[in-house]
Write a protein that binds this ligand. Structure first.
Ligand code: SAM
Length: 330
């Protein structure tokens, strides 16, 4: 039986963080200095865990971090993932989310290893603004080269994620509209969520879906596209001439918890049932204590039962999650 939580949501997407180290220090995610890190598992330990999830009906795996391309052996890891078969004997759908800094050299090897999809995070299409947000110099050109390399080797579509912060990069909306059209990538704006290390979130900083749509429409009219799947988190738009796709992921202004299909494994082997969970579930401990596939599978089922109904962003009494995004895996 497929994994289902107590609200009837089918859990089909697993996000696996393979390190919580990151070479960027984005202002909306991290503090300016190196914080504490959790111990990574060995890559074959993640594989063993993923296999158990796949046997339980997981169909998509997104490799993330921290910055997953920092992890030595990531190409071989993807190649091993590509050997796993879902219940219907289909290959797993394998995606990566990366900041793109190391992508130019890795795009082709990752594609050859069996990677199906890639999302690159990029929060400005202007080198100076990019450096201000990431707190890394000369990153912009590298990320751009990474995006282009991914396109060239046929990773299609390439998605580009942008988190907008009022007063920081909200002047980039139209620039990203142009970028989507010129570069042939899907740009996805993500509303800023309270998941950062520095606790700088406030509702006033969030640039909402409605604002993004109005800014784009004031430049060129947009029309909405139908969702690709029932559990799709992004609302999709294109321009009147059909050129360019923009997605908007609006967990703050238009939450989509009711059809959440996700579960996460942190780099230290803990299950997170929601980005905003107040606790982790130690699957790695079950494995270390000698638990076989049956024991791990029973543990996962019990944990999925506890998946939260929804997040409580913006409500009075909101309690920040027990881990920040970089230590969860986005
Ligand atoms: N290092 C990789 C990257 O940059 O894509 C993967 C990990 S990163 C945590 C995954 C995604 O989460 C990125 O697109 C990032 O912009 C997004 N993100 C991080 N903190 C966020 C926040 N507080 N609200 C919304 N999105 C956030």
């Amino acid at each position: 039986m497929a994994l289902r939580d107590k609200f009837g949501r089918a859990i089909t997407d697993l996000r696996v963080s393979i390190t919580d180290r990151c070479n960027y220090r984005c202002v909306y995610c991290r503090t300016g200095s190196e914080g504490p890190q959790y111990a990574d598992l060995k890559l074959d330990e993640y594989l063993r865990i993923v296999q158990v999830f796949v046997d339980l009906g997981i169909e998509k795996v997104r490799v993330t971090g921290g910055e997953p391309l920092l992890r030595k052996g990531v190409v071989e890891f993807v190649s091993e993932l590509a050997q796993l078969r879902t219940k219907s004997a289909k290959p797993l759908d394998i995606a990566i989310t990366t900041n793109g800094h190391l992508l130019a050299d890795l795009a082709q090897p990752l594609k050859d290893a069996g990677l199906n999809r890639i999302t690159v995070s990029m929060d400005a299409v202007d080198a100076e603004k990019f450096a201000r947000i990431t707190r890394v110099n000369n990153g912009f050109e590298r990320v751009l080269a990474g995006i282009r390399a991914a396109r060239r080797c046929g990773l299609d579509p390439v998605k580009v994620n942008c988190v907008l912060l009022r007063g920081f990069n909200d002047d980039q909306i139209v620039e990203f509209g142009k970028f989507a059209r010129d570069e042939g990538v899907i740009v996805r704006f993500i509303e800023f969520m309270p998941l950062e290390e520095d606790r700088v979130w406030s509702p006033q900083v969030v640039v909402t879906l409605d604002e993004i749509v109005s800014a784009l429409s004031a430049w060129k009219p947009v029309r909405q596209l139908p969702p690709n799947t029932a559990s799709e988190t992004a609302r999709r738009y294109t321009f009147a001439d059909g050129i360019g796709e923009i997605g908007i992921i609006a967990p703050v202004s238009h939450p989509f918890c009711g059809h959440c299909s996700r579960i996460r494994l942190t780099s230290d082997g803990k299950i997170r049932t929601c980005l905003f969970s107040l606790l982790d579930h130690d699957l790695y401990r079950v494995m270390q204590d000698g638990g076989d596939e049956g024991a791990m599978s029973a543990y996962i089922r019990a944990v999925v039962e506890q998946k939260e109904a929804r997040h409580h962003i913006g409500e009075s009494g909101f309690v920040p999650p027990s881990r920040s995004m970089v230590h969860i895996g986005g």
